[in-house]
Design a binder for this molecule. Structure first.
Ligand code: PMP
Length: 432
């Protein structure tokens, strides 16, 4: 039967057969049929500015990526037990992007798989189960990754239902955490104290896992020295540090390719995904040879599609395009312009509480009151709906769903940034 392109019809069919554990975006979502660079196009040929899709870092429907994938599919696609160049070249390219000790690569198919494997590696390396996780974090949906996901936006029962081996610490959210206004070091000291307490009780953690720039909370940088303090405490008791770079790594932050660089630390295990495949299922764990060898004696790893020739040429091409089109630099320049313009909105619109973030990972937090920071949750949802009517696709994040998460393809231009802010200004001025 012909595809029903009327948005309502398609939505009804979708709801009948497609599991709706995760809601779709918008009350009346348009039928999206094409993507091009930083734009999405619906079935009526309406063009939307895509301020949401961080996965498509090099832009939608990139012709260079499409042609190398087509060529590779016509020549070879098989599993990584075979000896072919692409898996070697891609692994070498990845390790070259990381500090020297992080020299061993596992290739998987998603961020959840990367985090899952990272936690398995940590268990193998330390013979310990315990993990320190941050509150208000999301790390994936598979068993271990879900266990360390504490965000109540994704699962309202998250904190009450963590297994005993997951130990959570206060969200290092310097905008609205319990230590708001305190010295940055307070956050790290408190988390380190929890690590020492667990060790003194005879249950030292085997690992700490954290986003290296607080993406899920709305692109909030971790307080200065935070990871340094937490990593040091965990290592003092023989544990290892896992960096979740799934959202924030790969150049999006502009100034830094990896979020951990902003904190001046080097993790033992790095989980990567999303941008590295530009939408193709691709993830990686990069760690030290010693940790990988420990795992080899205790665990088993094989991924049928992980590291396939197609996945590897996708990974290589994404890196080539990031370099050739200078997209990290673009994130710095356009991101700084966009952040400046968003901050200016705050001069005229009291709903604007703060502009978080770096490069093209920004968070615009809406509050009803700048002193109490009462989250403007319903307003944020309504603003997203109104922006969609005006041709901009953007969505809320954080446990309070009051932060516009601004993480567009990295080819966003200054003109796009201005168009977005102008429309947002209009919505904030004339109502939503
Ligand atoms: N870690 C972080 C920080 C994420 O944001 C996500 C996805 N939102 C994941 C892990 C899981 O990645 P995936 O959806 O590719 O499984």
């Amino acid at each position: 039967p012909p595809l029903a392109l009327a948005p309502g019809d398609l939505l009804a069919r979708r709801d009948r057969t497609f599991a709706s554990v995760q809601e779709h975006y918008f009350d009346e979502p348009p039928v999206i049929v094409r993507g091009w660079k930083q734009y999405l196009i619906d079935a009526d040929a309406r063009v939307y500015l895509d301020v949401l899709n961080n996965v498509t870092a090099i832009g939608h429907a990139h012709p260079r990526l499409a042609s190398v994938v087509a060529r590779q599919l016509r020549t070879l696609n098989t599993n990584s037990r075979f000896n072919y160049p692409a898996v070697v070249e891609f692994s070498e390219r990845l390790t070259a992007l990381l500090p020297d000790d992080l020299d061993t690569v596992f290739l998987v198919n998603s961020g959840s798989e990367a985090v899952e494997l990272a936690l398995r590696l940590a268990r193998a390396a330390t013979d310990r189960e315990g993990v320190l996780a941050m509150r208000e974090a999301y790390h994936g949906w598979t068993g271990l990754a879900d266990a360390v996901s504490t965000s109540i936006a994704d699962n309202p029962q998250a904190l009450a239902t963590r297994p005993g081996w997951v130990h959570t610490v206060e969200s290092p959210n310097s905008y609205r955490g319990t230590h708001r206004g305190a010295e940055a070091s307070v956050y790290g000291l408190e988390a380190a104290a929890e690590v020492h307490r667990l060790a003194a009780e005879g249950t030292p953690v085997g690992a700490v896992i954290a986003e290296t720039f607080y993406g899920n909370a709305g692109g909030i940088p971790l307080p200065d020295g935070y990871l340094e303090a937490v990593y040091a405490a965990v290592r003092e008791h023989g544990g290892v540090a896992i960096a979740d770079e799934v959202q924030v790594g790969y150049g999006r932050l502009g100034e830094w390719f990896w979020g951990f660089e902003q904190q001046g630390v080097v993790p033992d295990i790095v989980a990567v995904a999303k941008a590295m495949g530009n939408g193709h299922p691709l993830g990686a764990v990069v760690t030290t040879r010693a940790i990988a060898d420990r795992f080899r004696t205790q665990g088993y790893f094989f991924s049928s599609a992980g590291g396939s020739p197609v996945s590897c040429v996708v990974g290589l091409t994404v890196l080539d395009v990031l370099r050739d089109e200078r997209l990290q630099e673009n994130a710095t320049i356009v991101g700084a312009h966009l952040a400046r313009r968003l901050r200016e909105l705050g001069d005229r619109h009291p709903l604007v509480g703060a502009v978080h973030g770096s490069g093209l990972y920004l968070g615009l937090e809406f509050v009803r009151d700048r002193d109490t920071l009462e989250p403007a949750t319903e307003e944020t949802e309504a603003i997203c709906e109104r922006l969609r009517e005006l041709g901009v696709i953007v969505q809320p994040t954080s446990d309070r769903q009051c932060v516009l998460k601004i993480k567009p393809p990295l080819c966003l231009t200054v003109a796009d940034a201005d168009a977005f802010v102008d429309r947002l200004d209009e919505v904030l001025t004339s109502g939503w």
